[in-house]
Design a protein around this ligand. Structure first.
Ligand code: SAM
Length: 264
């Protein structure tokens, strides 16, 4: 298995991935034939190569497409180069011109939070720079990428924020943190996690989130950068309605945010 993980991680844009995540995706795609090829170390075999392609493309979809491999994040945070740190991740890079205004608008809807849970956080905790909140905020940052979380942890330390990080699989792990957070960010998360069209996973997660207010976002541009014609996620709106949550939206150039209250 270690050898297969190594092969997967040879691609530069995937090199930072958490090995446990890679292992999970490998296991999800294994069949008897591939298991036999691995056992016999026939890594040049056509079917094995096809298997590697599939695993890599799933990982890219879930994680790799958001990385800028040219930027070493730990170096950036050590230099306190927060701007380039935000630029090193596609999602935070796109939000840069709007962050300040966005958080102003968001706090008008939710009130300023004293605690934040950021699920699948990427580099978003570094946008604390634009949140206009005091350092005594309690911030729990969750992501599948251990390496990125080490960067976030260093950022919290430098800023004196009461923050912590946890390697967390949003699709499978337990959401019990012995606390109800004021706000929970699920930015550009659900459509990465969903592998089917049933949206059952998103509903399960929303029900489990230990937060008074949830802010979930969706990209409004296609993978080829064109603006989407239908930006609203009707399935998400129907689901929120069914769960009894009324929502407000905030729209940025490339992203649509839904804000709703949970009953706590
Ligand atoms: C599109 S990025 C969004 C990052 C951040 N929320 C933002 O909008 O700035 C998706 C993030 O989800 C993380 N991720 C992918 N699969 C995950 C999983 N199963 N559990 C937790 N995080 C995951 C990735 O590592 C990546 O940081």
């Amino acid at each position: 298995m270690d050898e297969v993980i190594k092969i997967i991680l040879k691609k530069k844009e995937l090199a930072n991935l958490d090995k446990e995540l890679v292992k999970k995706v490998i296991n999800n795609n294994l069949n008897t034939k591939i298991k036999k090829l691995i056992k016999e170390e026939r890594f040049k075999n056509k079917d094995f190569k096809e298997f590697i392609k599939i695993v890599r493309s799933q990982l890219r979809r879930q994680y790799g497409a958001f990385q800028n491999p040219k930027m070493e994040r730990m170096e950036l945070v050590k230099k306190k180069d927060y701007l380039n740190l935000l630029k090193s991740h596609q999602s935070t890079k796109e939000r840069l011109p709007y962050y300040k205004d966005f958080y102003n608008k968001l706090w008008k809807i939710t009130g300023k939070p004293g605690s934040i849970l950021d699920v699948g956080c990427g580099m978003n905790p570094v946008s604390f720079e634009y949140m206009n909140l005091g350092n005594n905020i309690e911030y729990l940052a969750l992501d599948i990428s251990k390496k990125d979380l080490e960067v976030i942890s260093e950022y919290f330390r430098q800023k004196g924020i009461n923050g912590s990080v946890k390697v967390f699989d949003a699709a499978r792990d337990d959401y019990n943190f012995n606390k109800v957070f004021d706000a929970c960010f699920c930015f550009k998360l659900f459509e990465i996690l969903e592998t089917t069209n049933s949206h059952r996973l998103t509903e399960d997660i929303i029900l489990k989130l230990p937060a008074k207010q949830v802010i979930a976002s969706f990209s409004t541009k296609t993978l080829s950068d064109a603006p989407m014609t239908k930006k609203r996620r009707v399935w998400f709106e129907v689901m929120l309605k069914r769960l009894g949550y009324s929502f407000e939206t905030i729209e940025l150039a490339n992203e649509l945010f839904y804000c709703f209250k949970k009953d706590f």
